[in-house]
Ligand binder design. Structure first.
Ligand code: F6P
Length: 363
């Protein structure tokens, strides 16, 4: 019997459980593969004793509708830069990939499916280069992986953000206020852009188009109509003013990336400092966008990704990532998938259409 290990790494995302279920269901149609889940990304296999769980059809029954991941996850302790305490008490970052490959092999695993975003797929590639048979599945609400039309989790995040946006519109209208709603997305403005179009925002601010505060104020004033109107703004967490800086904090020890968040307060303060008289209120949607049950579209693509990932394992096609490209499911090399970040194209159809709808990007 061959043993497959499945791990979910980085931030969680609606649809992770549907991928796990897809892998297990497809594997159960074969005689010679059994599936195991690794707890908290690769932590489960790095610990002694290892923390893994046998995943059979019973273990995954009905989980495709559940948010989060039954395996748990973490965005700390990247094995490529593992924080190791030295004798003198200092922390040194070490590459534990060769050791990790050894751990997989000595524990009898024959292949891995790693479900994760760009950071996790960089780990997949390092494992593959070190001799581990790896298949990747693209996960993230940010939709920032360039090789796939959509990552699973993105549609759910957009739906959650749009539902919240709709609620903010009615209260903005009642009180004649300017509402700023901050969404996630890291350095890509996809969630903000889709939400702004779906919700009918007046202003959408994204990292790819640094905003001119005067242009933002001009748009607000044209709609605010001396206190008789109202304005709804969607701002991506990675957005910034022209010549400004990104709003971020260092975050917890062991993280490899900075922590974004709070830009709606930065913008609110900028508007006040510029003398805007309107009542401004800020809403940070935060992790509501990552939680809860996946919408149907995400369940579908996550389930298909799971099946296709297992089929890559069965075919011995390792070092590859399953993708949805041009409305079809296929795969690309993980190396290719992580080589380019998926930014919103300021000249692309979506931004131009949003402008056609009267949405200002502050440019
Ligand atoms: O990558 C997904 C994401 O939700 C980003 O949109 C956000 O910046 C980040 O993760 C938040 O990470 P954490 O949950 O560690 O605060």
């Amino acid at each position: 019997m061959k043993k497959l290990l499945v791990s979910t790494g980085g931030g969680d995302c609606p649809g992770l459980n549907a991928v796990i279920r897809g892998i297990v269901k497809r594997a159960s149609q074969e005689q010679d593969w059994e599936v195991w889940g690794c707890y908290e990304a690769f932590n489960g296999i790095m610990e002694d004793p290892i923390r893994v769980i046998r995943l059979d059809e019973k273990a995954v029954a009905g989980i495709h509708v559940q948010g989060g991941t039954i395996l748990g996850t973490t965005n700390k302790g990247n094995p490529m830069q593992f924080p190791e305490k030295q004798a003198d008490g200092t922390i040194k970052k070490v590459n534990r990939i060769p050791w990790l490959v050894e751990r997989f092999k000595s524990n009898g695993f024959d292949a891995i499916i790693n479900i994760g975003g760009d950071g996790s797929q960089a780990i997949s590639q390092a494992l593959f280069e070190a001799g581990m048979p790896v298949v990747g599945v693209p996960k993230t609400i940010d939709n920032d992986l360039s090789s796939t039309d959509f990552t699973f989790g993105f549609q759910t995040a957009v739906q959650t953000a749009t539902d919240s946006f709709d609620r903010l519109v009615t209260t903005a209208n009642s009180h004649h206020r300017v509402m700023i709603m901050e969404v996630m997305g890291r350095n890509a403005g996809w969630i903000a852009l889709y939400t702004a179009i779906a919700g009918g925002a007046e202003i959408c601010l994204i990292p790819e188009i640094p905003y001119d505060l005067n242009k933002v104020i001009e748009k607000i004033e044209s709609r605010y109509n001396n206190g008789r109107g109202f304005v709804n703004i969607v701002i991506a967490e990675g957005a910034m003013a022209k010549n400004g800086t990104i709003t971020s904090s260092k975050g917890e020890e062991g993280r490899t990336s900075i922590r974004l968040g709070g830009v709606c307060f930065t913008l609110s303060q900028q508007l006040k400092d510029a003398g805007l008289e309107a009542d401004v209120r800020e809403t940070v949607l935060g992790h509501t966008q990552r939680g809860g049950t996946p919408v149907a579209f995400d369940r579908v693509i996550a389930s298909v990704f799971g099946v296709k990932a297992m089929e890559l394992v069965l075919a011995g096609k390792f070092g590859r990532l399953v993708v949805l490209k041009n409305n079809d499911f296929s795969s690309v090399t993980i190396k290719e998938a992580i080589s380019e970040y998926n930014y919103v194209d300021p000249k692309g159809t979506l931004v131009q259409s949003a402008k056609g709808l009267g949405i200002s990007f502050g440019d």
